[in-house]
Write a protein that binds this ligand. Sequence first.
Ligand SMILES: [Zn+2]
Length: 89
Amino acid sequence: MTIPRHRRRADRHSRATQQQALGTCPGCGKRAYTSKATAKAAARRLYPGTRMRAYSCPGTPWWHLTSQDAAHTARMRDQQAARAERSRT
Ligand SMILES: [Zn+2]
């Protein structure tokens, strides 16, 4: 007795999807990934040609993707600098 080929392919596909994305984050509602590596792999597949940044969601073990926005990155750097300045004084 043989298993229909199309059935097996569907099973493999659903398993792969589960490894890529866990679902939505209970904390912020964004799509959640189980690791930085899976998040980045998903970014390459879902947003080819777009620079996406993987970051860990605070308070959860999940990872999210965000588009790499230069202004946002600069703002984050400024905030970190300001925090470092404050803790020094
Ligand atoms: Zn989250």
